[in-house]
Ligand binder design. Structure first.
Ligand SMILES: Cc1cc2nc3c(=O)[nH]c(=O)nc-3n(C[C@H](O)[C@H](O)[C@H](O)COP(=O)(O)OP(=O)(O)OC[C@H]3O[C@@H](n4cnc5c(N)ncnc54)[C@H](O)[C@@H]3O)c2cc1C
Length: 476
């Protein structure tokens, strides 16, 4: 591999070093690539493919199909309807952080007629879902991102800003790459939908041995997921009660096996929260299982058709600017200024902002902190810990993660056809998110296949992006 390039950034969590992207390319020149991408059609995906191997043509998946309807039989709090029209006075609002939370807040506030300024510490927007271009024109991502079919809130935002055609639908299967290139599938493709498609996926999976599958079935059959089929709110209450129990403890106590945890659930837990089943709460895993069990499309994955700066954050920022919002990049909030009245009430009076050697006090009618975990720990005035709400924020711990991008001069996930894997005319291999139980990293994808608009390059092969805990970094 040639042209090793190292970028270091922060990516949320309590990371001193949390996003690291290597982009290494062999720069093998070849003839014109065979991949052509059309991303504008308002119909479902039609691909020339065998299984989840993608070749030659990718058609866009708009958000008009294969998306769960979370307005029905789903916990209401997680999927709120559009807010009602605001009738009060226009407010000047200062938002700290231009991640998805800050920007989606800005979109809603602007729609309600308020004046919005967003202050972002970094020189690019998007936060953990951000990306930027290096001096060679490579897009460097903060992390590998997939979008489940139940992400209705985000889909609503994308539709609003005109970016709903920027997602590509992937085959409805979850793929595990095991040692030696053995491929395991949790394949949800079936004639009928939820919950039968999920049952079929677990019965048919080749990722687990028969004994572990039976034990898995027992655990899931005795979980609140079953209640979710008829009473989603009640199931959600049961699931919330499991917040203090790790998924491993819950799963084993319901008959599940350690082998299932290692072969299937740990990679999924890592992909969800960068921690294993001994650390992730049963609440987190069972919430997503209950969506998967009740909504056919909830487990379908989409990925951006290119880089987040072009396809996700760019359109959101454009919408914000067109509606009068303002971005202030590289302006970090250093201190929250506040007053206490004689009645003991506390009011924020301003924000101390700095950009290099410049400093200003920002005053607004309302302030929103949409920071990552370490960011908010640094920002909250210590005396506010007297309130449980703010003190609880200090109980949140971030997880350091590393994102690595590697460019190859061949197709890494094409494991059957050696010749095809060595040519550079067309993209071949597995077009999906890939989990791994046997590697130092939990999940990865070939972006040149999954997100070809900005990542497929003439004469070059796979662009593998993988995500791991920072421990991996020290073994490189
Ligand atoms: C590697 C990785 C992969 C992921 N994959 C997925 C996935 O596949 N699917 C999924 O749904 N989610 C995924 N996530 C999670 C998802 O990216 C985050 O939940 C989401 O992006 C968080 O958005 P946010 O706006 O809350 O926070 P952030 O994105 O962290 O944004 C916070 C922003 O605030 C800024 N900031 C902090 N302090 C200050 C300050 N004092 N002054 C000014 N600005 C400040 C930061 O610079 C940052 O830009 C992934 C996360 C990572 C790290």
């Amino acid at each position: 591999m040639a042209g090793l390039l190292l970028q270091v950034g922060r990516c949320g969590g309590t990371f001193s070093l949390s996003s690291l992207a290597f982009s290494s390319s062999a720069h093998v020149k070849g003839s014109s690539p065979g991949v052509r991408v059309s991303v504008s059609e308002q119909k479902d995906v039609e691909k020339q493919r065998s299984g989840s191997r993608c070749h030659v043509v990718q058609v866009s998946a708009s958000l008009q199909s294969m998306m769960s309807d979370m307005s029905r039989k789903a916990p209401k709090g997680l999927f709120p309807p559009e807010p009602e029209a605001y009738k009060g006075p226009k407010l000047k609002v200062a938002i700290i952080g231009a991640g998805l939370a800050g920007m989606s807040t800005a979109v809603e506030l602007l729609e309600q007629g308020h004046e919005v300024d967003i202050y972002e510490l970094r020189k690019f927007i998007g936060g953990k879902a951000g990306s930027f271009k290096d001096k060679n024109g490579n897009h460097i991502e903060m992390g590998l991102h997939v979008f489940f079919g139940c992400y209705n809130n985000l889909f609503r935002l994308l539709a609003k800003v005109g970016a709903d055609n920027n997602l590509l639908l992937k085959d409805h299967t979850h793929t595990f790459i095991n040692k030696g290139g053995d491929v395991g599938e949790l394949d949800f493709r079936f004639l009928v939908g939820a919950p039968l498609h999920g049952m079929k996926a677990f019965i048919a999976t080749n990722q687990l041995e028969p004994f572990d599958k039976v034990a898995n079935a027992v655990a899931l059959a005795t979980s609140p997921v079953v209640r979710a089929l008829v009473d989603p709110e009640g199931a959600m209450r049961d699931i919330l009660d499991l917040d203090k129990v790790s998924f491993s403890v819950w799963f084993i106590s319901h008959g599940g096996t350690r082998v299932s945890i290692k072969r299937m659930w740990d990679p999924i837990a890592y992909a969800l929260g960068f921690i294993d089943c001994d650390k992730i709460s049963a609440r987190c895993m069972l919430t997503i299982f209950s969506f998967f069990a009740t909504k056919t499309e909830a487990s379908v994955l989409r990925m951006l058709n290119g880089s987040p700066d072009e396809r996700l954050n760019g359109p959101i920022a454009k919408y914000i600017k067109e509606n009068g919002g303002r971005f202030h990049l590289r302006w970090g909030c250093r201190e929250v200024l506040y007053d206490r009245t004689s009645e003991g009430k506390t009011y924020v009076t301003g924000l101390v902002m700095t950009k290099a050697t410049e400093k200003q006090i920002v005053k607004a009618d309302a302030y929103v902190a949409a920071c990552d975990v370490p960011g908010i720990h640094r920002l909250l005035p210590k005396p506010w810990r007297e309130w449980e709400f703010f003190d609880n924020i200090y109980k949140l711990l971030g997880v350091p993660v590393v994102t690595v991008q590697l460019r190859f001069n061949g197709w890494v996930t094409e494991m059957q056809d050696l010749e095809a894997s060595r040519q550079l005319q067309r993209a071949v291999g597995l077009d999906n998110l890939l989990y791994s139980a046997d590697a130092d990293f939990s999940c990865f994808a070939d972006l040149a296949l999954t997100s070809p608009e900005d990542y497929f390059k003439e004469g070059e092969g796979s662009l593998i992006q993988l995500v791991s805990q920072s421990l991996f970094l020290f073994r490189l």
